[in-house]
Design a protein around this ligand. Structure first.
Ligand SMILES: [Zn+2]
Length: 261
């Protein structure tokens, strides 16, 4: 028995070591090479640049109740607050400064194609049995970039719901697909800005309510026509390429989610 216990202690020790090693690496400036994107400096309020923009894309899901994080490459109060929420959600020191610890967590969360750990381009690309990002109102690259932003918000939403699977039943749709499924004529799905969600572990109302704090300015769920089997989330307020006004629109009456919330 004692030998067994000792063995277990050794295993535990070996498991603890990689974590310690990572902490040392993270403390060194810009030592980490990442397959997707590597930050080269600590980012604080007042900074601006492409590195800030890359950060904003990844923390935009931590916008807070009814908020959005503008992806403008400028580290203002909005970005700092989102970084604080991100840090606190992942058990880091919550100081609103994006330094080695924050970047280490982001590297851990992002795949080499820059998508977050639990969502992928193939999950969000053209529905109706097609693949790819063409056939919508925007150039394919723009649509794909919107889908990436959608995914980082979904990752935050998923985290807030206990890190359990959140499944996308419909992401980007080209014009033909959108017509086929009877989508709204200027649907956010056409822009890569929307996702329809289901969850086996959380109720649709839990998803709809939580989405309000993760940068989604469009939410439709239970009680809204044709939305009793999924929750639709989108980023309409940030979409300057569609024909609708940039306002928030929430409706899941059965969940107490409405425009006035
Ligand atoms: Zn939808």
């Amino acid at each position: 028995m004692r030998v067994h216990t000792l063995k277990r202690a050794l295993v535990a020790c070996a498991l603890a070591l990689p974590g310690a090693a990572i902490a040392v690496v993270a403390a060194a400036p810009a030592a980490h090479a990442d397959g997707c994107y590597t930050w080269q400096r600590t980012l604080t309020p007042g900074r601006s640049g492409e590195d800030v923009r890359q950060l904003q894309i990844r923390v935009a899901g931590w916008a807070g109740s009814g908020g959005i994080v503008r992806i403008d490459g400028r580290y203002g109060a909005e970005t700092a607050a989102a970084v604080r929420r991100f840090q606190s959600a992942y058990g880091l020191r919550s100081d609103g400064v994006a330094g080695p610890q924050t970047f280490a967590k982001l590297y851990q969360l992002q795949d080499d194609d820059c998508t977050p750990a639990h969502f992928s381009y193939t999950e969000l690309d053209d529905g109706c049995g097609q693949t790819g990002w063409t056939g919508g109102p925007l150039p394919a690259g723009e649509t794909r970039a919107n889908a990436l932003r959608t995914m980082w918000k979904l990752e935050a939403l998923r985290r807030s719901l206990g890190d359990r699977p959140l499944n996308v039943t419909s992401g980007f749709r080209d014009l033909a697909c959108n017509r086929q499924v009877g989508g709204a004529s200027d649907s956010q799905h056409l822009y890569g800005n929307a996702a329809d969600l289901v969850s086996r572990s959380r109720s649709l109302c839990d998803v709809a309510r939580a989405a309000r704090s993760h940068g989604f300015s469009g939410i439709y769920g239970p009680g809204y026509p044709n939305h009793d089997s999924h929750v639709h989330v989108d980023s309409r307020r940030e979409n300057d390429r569609d024909r609708t006004r940039n306002t928030t629109s929430w409706s899941a009456p059965d969940c107490g989610v409405g425009a006035a919330d």
